[in-house]
Write a protein that binds this ligand. Structure first.
Ligand code: TXA
Ligand code: MG
Length: 401
């Protein structure tokens, strides 16, 4: 299989800090933007070889970057403690932040999770409706089924069956459940293209299967079924409205409303670009309907005032009217953040979207990318606050990191 990226290019992307060679050649299957994959048609001959090789690497304890319908995952054999350990090392992820186990079929659920009747009943019902799909369920962990490192020592386990033909083929070919976080360095923006994976982790993974842009673009919805009330720990690809049809009591407290951090991965500063991001929001936090007019006015005033102070801003602000547009925005959100981060702007300004459907996940990710920084006016105090964020002398003290 020929790589779409030469090793030279990889070296130019992540060149200087390492003198050791790339551990193994990163192989990129020539699959990007293959329409048959986007349409969910099962793998053809063309990429069977890539999947076979990926499965071999997983079974041998290596790391494979692979596409899912949400974001790219960094996969390892969930039953192999040292392979799982590599995930934490390569990502720079805190060891207390557990990983999602990816399954190739609903039937595999019983092998991973304990059959605590009412929990398993709900899990099977939800899996029946949303799997394969962007729903991750936290269940009681079956002792010995996967390496305990996957669960960061907890007695629960997160499971999901991805809705992507390459992901499913890889898991099935590997013959083991695959532990996979998003394929980015801890705290950074999740990857929605193969290029994003390469630029963050290119030196450290054994293989990347690149099928172009992921469809949903934000991560799966994480639902804790072991809590006394089923609780959304992270909004994502399957909307809360959809889930409440099956689970009317489903609880969710948005981070913006000061939600607790019961999901260990719910660090506030997360999914962040390196360039500081600030949310510009309406004056009235509780106004269900945000006024895009107010936000747009504040933004343009801020851009002017910041420019007068020598700072250039990149604005990511769309106020989609239709649900389809929100889906589209979700799908491109991380690409926009990656692009804004790679640009010359000193600061990124963004606006929240309507808090419904996939908009809930978009707002959650924007809020975290902004590390909780929300401004509502273009007053001198606000401008000073933003100028200070960009100051090279600023010392970042972030207890959640
Ligand atoms: O869409 C996705 O979910 C992607 C793709 C690759 O499947 N994966 C992903 O994984 O986003 P990661 O590791 O970046 O996020 C997993 C989230 C984290 O917030 C983690 O704390 C939470 O799930 N999680 C995993 N296991 C958990 C557990 N046992 N209890 C509570 N939260 C858990
Ligand atoms: Mg992640």
């Amino acid at each position: 299989m020929r790589s779409r990226y030469s090793l030279d290019l990889l070296h130019t992307i992540r060149p200087i800090h390492t003198i050791k060679p790339i551990r193994q050649t990163v192989i990129i299957a020539e699959l990007a933007n293959d329409p048959s994959i986007q349409q969910g048609i099962p793998p053809s001959m063309k990429y069977r070889a890539a999947i076979r090789q990926g499965a071999r690497i997983i079974r041998n304890g290596g790391l494979v970057g692979f596409p899912t319908e949400t974001v790219y995952g960094l996969g390892a054999d969930a039953t192999n403690a040292s392979a799982v350990d590599k995930i934490y090392r390569v990502k720079g992820r805190p060891r207390e932040d557990p990983l999602i186990v990816h399954l190739g079929s609903v039937d595999d659920l019983a092998g991973i999770a304990d059959d605590e009747s009412h929990i398993m009943d709900t899990a099977l019902e939800l899996a029946g409706i949303y799997w394969p799909g962007a729903l991750t369920m936290i269940l009681s962990r079956k002792e010995g089924a996967v390496a305990s490192e996957v669960s960061a020592g907890r007695n629960t386990v997160a499971v999901r069956m991805p809705d992507h033909p390459v992901a499913l083929a890889l898991i099935r070919a590997a013959g083991v459940p695959i532990a996979a976080p998003s394929a980015n360095r801890f705290g950074h923006i999740s990857p929605t293209t193969g290029e994003h994976v390469i630029s963050d982790l290119g030196n450290e993974i054994d293989m990347l299967i690149d099928t172009g842009h992921t469809r949903i673009g934000v991560e799966s919805t994480v639902v804790d079924l072991t809590a006394s009330t089923p609780t959304v720990l992270r909004p994502g690809g399957v909307t809360i409205e959809e889930l409440r049809r099956t689970c009317p009591s489903l609880a969710y407290t948005p981070k913006q409303a000061g939600g607790s951090s019961s999901s260990p991965g719910n660090y506030l500063r997360h999914y962040s670009p390196h360039t500081p991001l600030v949310i510009v929001d309406d004056l009235d936090v509780d106004a269900g309907n945000r006024s895009s007019t107010h936000v747009t006015e504040v933004m343009s005033e801020l851009v002017g005032s910041l420019s007068a102070r020598g700072l250039s801003s990149t604005v990511i602000a769309t106020f989609p009217e239709k649900a389809d547009d929100l889906r589209n925005l979700a799908s491109n959100l991380y690409s926009y953040l990656h692009t804004a981060d790679a640009g010359k702007g000193d600061i990124i300004l963004a606006g929240f979207v309507r808090d419904e459907g996939i908009g809930t996940a978009i707002n959650d990710r924007l809020f975290r990318a902004a590390a909780g920084r929300v401004v509502r006016d273009a007053s001198p105090t606000t401008v000073d606050f933003i100028v200070d964020l960009v100051s090279p002398y600023r010392i970042e003290l972030d207890p959640t990191d």
